[in-house]
Design a protein around this ligand. Structure first.
Ligand code: GUN
Length: 281
């Protein structure tokens, strides 16, 4: 069994991003990322802090627009519009989830698709599904990079994606299909999850449910990608996979934390630099 080391690969990608930033700076372009954070969700605040810190380390300018839970939709739209027009901002990211009274789709659709470094605007969703160049959502993009690094080719493989969210599961399935895998997408209404996972050469799970994937659900020598992160009462972070038992059966496995999470941040930086490279075009 080999550990898919997302921490190590994310360091390499961040170093490449930093070099690209230095090249841009010679042309007087400093990539800029604007983050919109609404409300006081502590997990969201932690993620946003991690993104800001990573930007700083890579030489990317970042600004966080923090807004109270009670903010109106129009006020958020005004900020997004301002960032759309700001020539020094290359990427705009609205941290999800948003409070219930806010129409998430309306916020995502307000972002200029050229600055949509999260890849959540329907324009980029469509381009990615069609296999065209566009912004690929950072988490599934990071998974594909991790597989590539370890020379794991999904072509012709049975892939089971567990979790069908717009930001992880659906784009993950699209990328796997575009990589010529045969893809099962499972979700909370799936009747017999085990039947699907047992048939899979590669399992990508991102649900947020501790021990959802146990050793009896995994085929010998499968590749296990754990995208889930949950905090136990003890404070310890764990993924969706029963790591200690599943690791004995599989060929490759990502730890969680330390697998997909660091890759997500690295790919967000990569998308931001890509946008800066296209600035003004
Ligand atoms: N919430 C959870 N993951 C993400 C992400 O990748 N981007 C944004 N904007 N919000 C999230």
């Amino acid at each position: 069994m080999t550990i898919l080391d997302g921490r190590a690969l994310s360091k390499k990608i961040k170093a490449d991003v930093k070099k690209d930033v230095e090249i841009l700076q010679k042309e007087n372009v400093t990539p800029g990322l604007a983050v919109v954070l609404v409300g006081a969700d502590s997990a969201s605040a932690t993620y946003v802090n991690m993104k800001s810190k990573a930007c700083k380390e890579a030489g990317i300018y970042s600004i966080v627009h923090e807004m109270p839970e009670s903010i109106s939709q129009d006020n958020i739209l005004e900020i997004i519009e301002m960032m759309n027009k700001n020539p020094n901002i290359d990427g705009i990211l609205v941290q999800l989830p948003l409070p219930k009274h806010i129409d998430t789709t309306a916020m995502l659709e307000a972002i200029d698709p050229k600055k949509d470094v999260d890849g959540f605007h329907p324009y980029n969703v469509g381009r990615v599904v069609a296999g065209l160049d566009g912004y690929i959502p950072a988490t599934p993009y990071g998974v594909m990079k991790l597989l590539e690094e370890y020379k794991i080719d999904p072509k012709g493989k049975n892939v089971c994606v567990v979790g069908a969210s717009d930001i992880v599961g659906k784009p993950m399935a699209a990328l796997m299909l575009n990589a010529n895998a045969t893809v099962d997408i499972c979700h909370i209404y799936t009747d017999d999850l085990k039947a699907h996972t047992l048939n899979a050469d590669i399992i990508c799970v991102g649900v947020g449910k501790v021990n959802l994937i146990t050793a009896d659900m995994v085929k010998d020598n499968a590749v296990i990608i754990d995208i889930g992160v949950s905090r136990l009462e003890s404070g310890k972070l764990v993924g969706d996979v029963d790591f200690d038992n599943v690791k004995e059966k599989c060929s490759y496995i990502t730890p969680s934390p330390g697998g997909v999470g660091p890759m997500t941040i690295a790919m967000l930086l990569k998308n931001t630099v890509k946008s800066a490279q296209n600035r003004g075009k």
